[in-house]
Design a protein around this ligand. Structure first.
Ligand code: GTP
Ligand code: SPV
Ligand code: MN
Length: 599
């Protein structure tokens, strides 16, 4: 099979950039990816042959990878927004002067691809040719990144053709940061130590430089780096939105469609909600996207969303036929698994998968494992990569270049207390206030401590590519532009716990009951009671048919206690204080309104 060389690139600026990067990184070889199945198969075989990947006979076309134990998640501490001024990056981002950062990183990139191949990955975020789509070119020395990008984005020759000789693209340079000396044995997951990792964004130049990690959002640069950090900054300038949101379509028994976009922090339930199977009769849900939404105002004044991705990079632990059957069916074949347990019969397993755990297996660290040996079989941030087209409930319109008109925005997070199951905002501004003050307990999706409460506005804390005060203002401006066509805003919390630590709400497919209430609210068909936080349903307002949640649990789930919220206000004030005069006045007045409602 032929591998295209640089000669196939007819875009002088692109070619010059690739040559410049190659001169710095000194790979042994350059391969331009064509995005074909043959290319995917060739690279997968190469990784199997050198022992990086393990084939999974139980899942045709699928393989398992085990990462280095130091390289298991995004690294927020080592992620930078290198805008020209610190103020442009704002108080929530790590900032370094771009020129200073480039000096540091050039030294790291120097010779970093020695002994390796540099792959040139032309990819489109969004359907090729859609006017919302954007082209990126990722240069990487990781074949794992290439096969994952094949699934997660639209890779191939068509993208290069679309660029022509002068089309716009976002350059994304990636290296695992592990040059290979002649005769040196490669490790099965080469990467650089944590203190050498850099995930860097240059928003004014629309440039991404990533070094040292091969995992997820650190390395698959179309996802968080391009589709969120760079795109959010471009969206601010151009008047559109790039959000950390799933997109789903709910169809009611009369055939009326509602499109819902929901922002929850990493590992807080987006993939699950995106594919939910309602436990109530009559309503149908279909998936459009599970992580990112790009949204523009259409000619009719409504907000249209596309999913810029082409695959799912989903959290494996907790995924089961019981919790998320549609995800389970999406990963039966042609999937990549990372940091899951390998069973003796050539399958993968993770904590809380259906049925009994296997009697024996090889854990994510490559060690012998038996149930109860005190180790986790899969890493808590173990992931599957699977084509979105394999999801049985993927919406027929998921690749429609014009997108779907959003009716409902949902914000949320993991809160063991304080926040009710669901609340509706009193206005769009109040919805922006809810989103901007969203808080959640931290998860294993980032390297760092797990379970600490932090403010994660619109689930964008790690993903906003510019000053978050300006981002809040952008939300308010979008609301003004949309006027009465703006989506209605809600806030949910699937994660409230009883004093003895049990989930009060069954979650997953039963979350459709909450979505149904939202849709009925949009149509003015159902009641709710006003609380200081927002409009909250009474238990009788939600369809609880066939569900046996005890009445006292429902009461707890729907309770909003002013005394508790008075304490919450202190946390919100501290959070808002960070933004200084960048805090939009209308959010400050929303805080005043909240205080008045608390009394
Ligand atoms: P990222 O891919 O990191 O952005 O995560 P995500 O937001 O897509 O989260 P995901 O749907 O993968 O869920 C993460 C974890 O939360 C999994 O272990 C799920 O089982 C669990 N989870 C999801 N939805 C619910 C729910 O409704 N209730 C409870 N209790 N757990 C849930
Ligand atoms: C997230 O952390 O929100 C993810 C996983 O979707 S990663 O792609 O690694 O960012
Ligand atoms: Mn995510």
């Amino acid at each position: 099979m032929s591998t295209a060389t640089l000669d196939s690139i007819k875009h002088p600026k692109l070619k010059a950039w690739i040559e410049e990067c190659a001169a710095m990184c000194t790979p042994d070889e350059i391969v331009v990816c064509d995005g074909t199945q043959a290319e995917y198969d060739r690279l997968t075989k190469l990784m199997i042959d050198v022992g990086m990947a393990t084939p999974l006979p139980k899942r045709p076309g699928s393989v398992l990878f085990r990462s280095d134990p130091s390289d298991v998640a995004r690294v927020e501490d080592r992620t930078y927004i290198a805008s020209k001024t610190k103020d442009a990056a704002g108080p929530t981002n790590n900032w370094i002067d771009p020129e200073e950062l480039k000096v540091i990183m050039r030294a790291k990139y120097k010779g970093c691809m020695k002994g390796r191949t540099m792959y040139v990955i032309p990819f489109s975020m969004g359907p090729i040719g859609s006017d919302i789509a954007k082209v990126g070119i990722e240069l990487t020395d990781s074949p794992y990144v290439v096969t994952n990008m094949h699934i997660m984005t639209r890779v191939g020759t068509k993208v290069v053709e679309q660029l022509g000789t002068d089309g716009e693209y976002i350059p994304c340079l990636h290296s695992i940061g592990a040059p290979l000396e002649a005769g040196q044995k490669d490790s099965s997951w080469p990467c650089a130590p944590i203190e050498d990792k850099y995930i860097s964004h240059f928003p004014e130049e629309r440039l991404i430089w990533s070094y040292g990690s091969g995992y997820g959002g650190n390395a698959l640069l179309g996802k968080k780096c391009l589709a969120l950090r760079i795109a959010s900054s471009v969206g601010k300038q151009e008047g559109w939105m790039a959000e950390h949101m799933l997109i789903l379509r709910l169809t009611d028994p009369k055939g009326k469609q509602y499109h819902i976009a929901a922002a929850f922090p990493s590992a807080c339930g987006k993939t699950n909600l995106a594919m939910l199977q309602p436990t109530i009769a009559g309503c149908k849900c279909e998936c459009i996207g599970d992580d990112i939404a790009w949204m523009k105002v259409g000619a009719d004044g409504r907000l249209y969303a596309i999913n810029p991705e082409a695959g799912f990079f989903g959290v494996a632990p907790g995924t089961s036929y019981d919790s998320n059957p549609m995800a389970m069916d999406s990963i039966k074949e042609n999937a990549i698994f990372t940091n899951c347990l390998l069973t003796d019969d050539g399958d993968v397993w993770w904590e809380e998968m259906d049925g009994e755990p296997p009697a024996h297996g090889i854990d994510w660290k490559g060690k012998e494992w038996t149930p109860g040996n005190g180790e986790k079989g899969a890493h808590p941030n173990a992931r599957f990569t699977a084509p979105a087209a394999q999801c049985p409930v993927i919406c027929a319109d998921w690749e429609d270049p014009k997108g779907v008109a959003i009716d409902i925005f949902v914000f949320g997070g993991r809160r063991a207390s304080t926040v009710p199951l669901v609340a509706e905002a009193y206005s769009f501004d109040h919805g922006v206030f809810m989103g901007s003050t969203a808080a959640s307990e931290t998860t294993a999706a980032n390297i760092g401590s797990v379970g600490n409460l932090r403010r994660d506005p619109m689930a964008m804390l790690p993903f906003c590519g510019y000053n978050m005060g300006d981002y809040f203002q952008h939300w308010i401006d979008m609301g003004d532009k949309l006027g009465d066509k703006a989506p209605k805003c809600f806030y949910v919390n699937w994660f409230r716990k009883s004093p003895d630590g049990k989930w009060l709400w069954p979650g997953f497919g039963d979350n459709a009951r909450v979505l149904k209430w939202m849709c009925e609210r949009v149509d003015g068909k159902v009641a709710g009671k006003e609380t200081c936080f927002g409009t909250v349903p009474e238990a009788t307002d939600i369809d609880l048919s066939g569900l046996d949640v005890p009445a006292e649990d429902m009461a707890e789930l729907l309770s909003v206690e002013p005394a508790v919220w008075a304490k919450e206000v202190a946390g919100i004030e501290e959070h808002f204080a960070k933004f200084g005069d960048k805090l939009p006045a209308r959010l400050a007045s929303q805080l005043d309104e909240l205080k008045k409602r608390i009394g």
